[in-house]
Design a protein around this ligand. Structure first.
Ligand SMILES: NC(=O)c1ccc[n+]([C@@H]2O[C@H](COP(=O)([O-])OP(=O)(O)OC[C@H]3O[C@@H](n4cnc5c(N)ncnc54)[C@H](O)[C@@H]3O)[C@@H](O)[C@H]2O)c1
Length: 387
């Protein structure tokens, strides 16, 4: 489809707002439904959309509010569903109520009110793969479970073969096998199933996009879930060394928010995407330590990344998404990692609310038992504790 009115839930957020920009530039009428959730949105902005959101129709409130969602769907041709709960907290039920039940409510209203919605695009995540596709040189391809806490505590970082226990090699994970490990991932997986299966059942063309870690301007500094680039940049700009977890050799395929917005609009407009799930990633592997170096370079400060042996329980070791399916529709990531970092750091530098929140976030994650210290066990059996 091309042209028409689009509802963007979570449209005041990071990915949502960039998608809104592109939709407006392409001539769509856009309506945003967003509850401006803290801590992503500052408390003093409650009720008022952020200044970066263009002049589009804005409805303040939750996707869980049936009457409001029904009103938001009036006269709409297509929906981007970005509203989501993302955190490390253990309020498991909230992940399912916002991310899964919220999506179910969307389809419930479309079906029961016989709304002429021509496309729904939902925002899923690479996290549904867990550790993703690995290969053991001896025992072949496998999709491992979570790394054991006991191995991480002794700085044994790599994923091990489930048969012979030797370290495996990470590969590029395509869309075929999922293995969600936490409540956010399980809820996102449920969201995909709701969208694709109910979409097929009721003839509502639907697409689920599994984004890799998305990077770019407007990502809230208050979002504890927003990843390494934010954390490295706020520290480097404050003249403090980026703090790298594990040994920094973890591989990721970070992707620019601008490429994400292009992918979103592509699957909206291309009927070949209907009822399918696509990876959307950066298509290049980079280690977390390399990312830290790029951030330091962009900050202009003379720093070295710190690698104190801390780790987060539940983090994936390496995760890389194969984007061949979306490439076949003509999409390609266009921004290299250094360019993404330079754009982000230049933006972050200008933000009035920029401050190094690392210590607070770390204290919170420690209290929850997410962030922990490892102990290096030397050849002679001696132990060196991570700081
Ligand atoms: N940022 C990433 O790296 C990434 C990676 C994979 C998937 N995703 C998914 O992409 C989507 C957008 O993520 P983002 O990074 O832009 O996050 P974000 O927090 O910047 O934006 C989400 C927006 O949704 C709003 N929201 C939250 N709960 C709501 C509710 N109940 N009703 C209405 N609005 C609500 C928030 O106020 C916020 O403006 C999410 O679904 C997320 O799970 C993001």
């Amino acid at each position: 489809m091309a042209g028409g009115r689009i509802l963007v839930t979570g449209g005041a957020g990071f990915i949502g707002s960039h998608t809104v920009d592109l939709l407006v530039a392409r001539g769509y009428d856009v309506r945003v439904l967003d509850s401006l959730e803290p801590p992503v949105h500052p408390a003093d902005a409650r009720g008022r959309p952020p200044a970066y959101l263009p002049d589009v129709e804005f409805l303040g409130g939750s996707v869980l509010n049936r009457d409001l969602l029904r009103h938001a769907l009036e006269g709409v041709d297509a929906v981007f569903h970005f509203a989501a709960y993302q955190d490390y907290l253990t309020d498991f039920s909230r992940f399912f109520s916002v991310n899964a039940a919220g999506t179910a409510l969307l389809y419930e209203l479309i079906v029961n009110e016989r709304l002429p919605i021509r496309k729904v695009v939902v925002a899923s995540s690479q996290i549904v793969y867990g550790e993703g596709r690995h290969r053991c040189p001896r025992d072949g391809v496998q999709y491992p479970g979570q790394r054991l806490e006991s191995q991480l505590a002794r700085q044994d970082w790599e994923v091990h073969c489930s048969v012979c226990q030797t370290p495996t090699e990470p590969g590029w994970t395509d869309e075929s096998v999922v293995n969600p490990h936490n409540s956010y991932a399980i809820a996102k997986r449920a969201q995909e199933e709701i969208a694709i299966k109910l979409g097929q059942r009721y003839g509502i063309p639907s697409v689920a996009l599994r984004y890799s870690i998305v990077q770019g301007p407007r990502q809230s500094f208050r979002n504890a879930y927003s990843g390494a680039l934010r954390s490295f940049a706020v520290r480097a700009l404050a003249g403090r060394p980026p703090l790298v977890y594990e040994d920094g050799a973890q591989l990721r395929d970070y992707v620019s928010v601008h490429d994400i917005a292009r992918a979103n609009v592509l699957v909206l407009e291309d009927p070949r995407a209907d009822y399918r799930v696509f990876n959307v990633g950066g298509a290049r592997a980079i280690s977390v330590r390399q990312l830290a170096r790029l951030v330091i370079e962009a900050s202009g400060n003379d720093l070295e990344p710190e690698v104190p042996g801390l780790y987060r329980v539940g983090d994936m070791r390496h995760i890389l998404s194969d984007v061949a399916s979306l490439r076949a529709l003509g999409w390609e990531p266009t921004r290299g990692q250094a360019e993404i970092v330079r754009e982000y750091v230049a933006w972050a530098r200008e933000q009035p609310d920029l401050r190094d929140t690392y210590s607070e976030a770390a204290a919170r994650m420690r209290a929850m038992g997410v962030l922990r210290e490892s102990v290096a066990v030397g050849a002679n059996g001696s132990a060196n504790r991570g700081s």
